[in-house]
Design a protein around this ligand. Structure first.
Ligand code: MCN
Length: 814
């Protein structure tokens, strides 16, 4: 068990020694290679780039949530000194070969409104782009957009999901409805009748949960530089994106650019959390205007602009019914979801609720009496899309919060209720009620580790003593368990969900003539430490120091094939591809070594970077010598191509299924409503770990984002559709001082579906944390009659819930 806050340089130095020996690199807590440049300000981000002759773009955004543009006068902006040009949506409307891309048309009849990089006749949210200015400097461009005069005919905003469903105000006239789609998860051989379970089971809980909108708030807002290359039609797009490859394909399609003439590069990227898994209007505008003008065009997003113009996450209403027998064994589950798409469909907007659909059963043995459907609607707010976890934190919240409600109803311990329903280790691989197969799991083990770390029984005793009717400091204990679905693959399964891309990843591994190693990956890290982790995988395979491995990524000219980084896929798909490519290189090196040493390939052993002939200790050949032989090609086996380089494209046979248990203790001041998290324990089982230090960091960051949803963050809109939390003064991202100590516990259940035995971890913390904390909050207050609290459990929301419970109590006693 490791306390994240206990990680010292000392224990890393110990690890580094064993890494240097080239043995057992995997599993070491190696410091991240990429961090010195990031921490000392040496790393180059897109907006740091010096681009001589570039024009700066600023975008004029709609101040209205829903309006028809009746006229635009750009003359004053054009007259400003330093302004190069001004474009309205109408000026550019014939420049696009296609609309803004949506890659996930979840149903055949899904409604997708016309969406262009700049609105032409109507705007549908505050922040919708209306016109853009190109100028000599950023500040002139921003001054100029203030001078553009736009007349609007303002229509009512739609910020309430149920009102949106009523179609009282239609946002996109041509669609005739605000409903984008309804998607039911149809369970084949559905023997169990969900309604029958609800009608006949001993216990049924029926709950409504509302996931507030969240703003991803990556540390670096978005930035773009589009640079036409001299002497040719080629274009380089630099973007703070997490999907350079997807961006390249989609930009080529949307702008009609021959794909081979487009290169996408991500300089250092300061976080994304899903918000940079997209193709944005500003990327398309910069490329198109740079093409038209033959000059570089750049754009840098401001923080408040980021809050409005970059996608939001969550924003769902869940109605969940959970039925159980006398013993608490689940007998049926029904979920009705309303998803808020915002004004338009971005890249994967419609698919987000589907990603959760398969996880409403949590880690439990669920009968096929499962009934799910999701209806997604347009509103006049910023489009939503994938935000860390994308659908899976929402699903986990629903089942885990409902399990607590059921435990309260049955008056049994919530951990005990969970145990009665866990899928048992011997049942894996386990075909779930959805037809998907969970690869491996040991839920009781993860729960036991967390239970011991919190000293659950002692904490319950303390709670019973502390939570007297007079107490103003009430203790709450939170439990949540989860199954995650990540590393989304194989590609043909994604096809069955109508997803337009595949789930594979590509890797090239080459041993250079001087025996240094290059790994080329299709993943695109933006904070996950891939340079370190991928170096460790290759170093472990070749028996070298990770410092001798270089990882090349995030440039489509260098890593032409890839599907990038999201969905905690990079290790279980991209990392495994690297491992497989290393094996292929070693196989080739073996042929050269056998040829040179006049031995049989089968007699060669490879360890510590050297091939040895079994039984002849003096006959050996190091990788360095083989690499040079492969380079000179003077004496290679017949039919063997020179050079040591191999490529692999890996399409995994299944998703990867991480799981875990989180527990926490909170103390609530009933007089102020303040929630203090006293202790937080995260046991996240992601199979074998490449680098436990990175894993802890990922879990730590993820937990903070779940805690942020539970206690702090909320994108608030007024009824006219104005975002009221567009600065960091109003949108409460937790500060370091708000973060409790987070302890991570050890549980390792390897995945049987890949050779490294790994599962993803990038979203795990976020998935476990919000239900854990909210369960603790309700646990602390249920003795006062509080049934539930709307997230975020801010002091005001908590205090109000306590007062309401007291008032209800008084009314009932009258
Ligand atoms: N890892 C490991 N052993 C495991 C699992 C993972 O050592 N068993 C390491 C990997 O080698 C990798 C890191 O953990 O270095 C995360 O790997 P993985 O779970 O494959 O996730 P991805 O690299 O695909 O990252 C995506 C994931 C997502 S979906 C979001 S959102 C997210 C996240 O990662 N956004 C982040 N973590 C983030 N971290 C930072 N700093 N910034 C973001 O924007």
């Amino acid at each position: 068990m490791t306390d994240v806050q206990d990680i010292t340089t000392d224990n890393m130095e110990t690890s580094d020694e064993s890494i240097a020996a080239g043995n057992g690199v995997l599993g070491q807590r190696m410091l991240r290679k990429e961090d010195p440049a990031l921490l000392t300000g040496e790393a180059i981000f897109t907006n740091d780039m010096k681009v001589p002759g570039a024009l700066y773009m600023a975008v004029l955004r709609s101040p209205h949530a829903h309006a028809t543009i009746t006229s635009i006068d750009t003359s004053a902006a054009l007259a400003l000194d330093g302004v190069h040009s001004v474009y309205t949506g109408a000026d550019l409307s014939d420049q696009w070969a296609g609309p803004m891309p949506c890659a996930w048309p979840v149903t055949d009849d899904m409604k997708n409104p016309a969406h262009l990089p700049l609105a032409v006749s109507k705007v549908a949210y505050v922040g919708d782009g209306v016109a853009c200015v190109l100028a000599e400097t950023d500040s002139i461009a921003h001054d100029a957009i203030e001078l553009i005069d736009v007349d609007y005919d303002v229509h009512p905003a739609v910020v309430d999901l149920e009102k949106a469903l009523s179609d009282e105000v239609i946002i996109h006239d041509d669609l005739g409805t605000n409903v984008s789609y309804t998607w039911p998860l149809v369970i084949e051989d559905n023997e169990g009748d969900c309604q029958k379970a609800m009608d006949t089971s001993a216990h049924v809980v029926k709950e409504r949960y509302v996931h507030q909108r969240l703003i991803p708030m990556a540390m670096e807002p978005r930035a773009v530089v589009a640079m036409p290359q001299p002497f040719g039609g080629d274009m380089t797009l630099y973007s703070s994106t997490q999907v350079p490859h997807i961006l390249k394909v989609m930009t080529a399609l949307t702008l009609g650019i021959p794909e081979h003439q487009l290169r996408v590069v991500c300089p250092a990227v300061g976080g994304g959390f899903g918000s940079k898994l997209n193709v944005y209007a500003e990327e398309l505008l910069c490329v198109q205007l740079a093409r038209t003008l033959g000059k570089p065009v750049r754009w840098n997003e401001e923080r408040s602009e980021n809050a409005q113009a970059t996608i939001h996450g969550r924003a769902q209403i869940q109605d969940i019914e959970l039925a159980a027998d006398e013993q608490g064994k689940i007998t049926g589950l029904r979920v009705r979801l309303i998803g808020d798409m915002g004004a338009y469909l971005q890249l994967v907007t419609p698919g987000v609720p589907l990603l959760g659909a398969f996880l409403y059963g949590g880690v439990y043995e669920i009968p096929k009496a499962f009934d799910f459907s999701c209806t997604s609607v347009f509103t006049t707010m910023t489009p939503t899309d994938a935000y860390r976890g994308a659908g899976r934190p929402e699903a986990t919240y629903a089942i885990e919060h409902a399990m607590d409600a059921l435990a309260r109803k049955m008056d049994i311990d919530p951990l005990e209720l969970r145990r009665r329903n866990f899928i048992q280790p011997e049942q894996f691989p386990y075909e779930a009620y959805t037809g998907l197969v969970y690869d491996s799991g040991d839920h009781d083990k993860a729960a036991r580790v967390a239970e011991e770390m919190l000293d659950y029984a002692a904490m319950r005793t303390k709670q019973a003593e502390q939570n007297t009717p007079e107490s103003t400091k009430r203790l709450g204990i939170g439990v949540s368990t989860y199954f995650e679905m990540c590393g989304l693959a194989p590609s043909r399964v994604l096809a069955s969900l109508n997803y337009s891309a595949g789930g594979w990843e590509s890797a090239t591994v080459r041993v250079l003539p001087t025996s240094k190693i290059q790994v080329v990956t299709g993943t695109a890290p933006h904070g996950q430490g891939h340079e370190t982790a991928w170096s460790m995988i290759a170093a472990d395979k070749f028996g070298v120091d990770p410092a001798d491995v270089d990882v090349l990524h995030s440039d489509t000219a260098i890593a032409p094939m890839g599907l990038d980084t999201y969905g905690s896929r990079s290790l279980p798909v991209g990392g495994v591809a690297i491992s497989m490519a290393c094996d292929k290189v070693i196989d080739k090196a073996r042929k050269i070594a056998a040829h040179q040493m006049e031995a049989n390939e089968e007699d060669l052993e490879f360890s510590g970077g050297t091939f040895r002939v079994a039984g002849s200790p003096d006959k050996e050949m190091p990788l360095a010598a083989i690499a040079f032989e492969a380079f000179t090609a003077h004496n290679l086996p017949d039919d063997l191509e020179p050079n040591l380089e191999m490529q692999v494209t890996y399409d995994p046979p299944n998703f990867s299924w991480p799981f875990g248990t989180h527990m926490c203790a909170v103390e609530i001041d009933t007089e102020t409503g303040n929630v203090e998290v006293l202790q937080y324990i995260a046991v996240d089982d992601c199979g074998n770990k490449v680098n436990p230090l990175i894993v802890d960091g990922q879990v730590h960051g993820g937990v903070v984002q779940g805690l942020a949803q539970a206690l702090y963050e909320e994108a608030r809109y007024d009824e006219d559709g104005n975002l009221q939390s567009s600065t960091l003064a109003e949108y409460l991202v937790p500060a370091a001082s708000d973060v409790p100590p987070i302890q991570t516990g050890e549980s390792v259940t390897p995945s049987p579906t890949n050779s490294l035995g790994v599962k993803g971890v990038g979203e795990a913390g976020t998935i476990g944390a919000a239900p854990c904390i909210m369960n603790a909050v309700v646990d602390a207050l249920s003795g006062l009659g509080v049934q539930d609290i709307q997230m975020p459990a801010s002091p005001l929301n908590v205090w109000t819930a306590i007062q309401e419970a007291r008032n209800n109590d008084q009314e009932n006693n009258q």
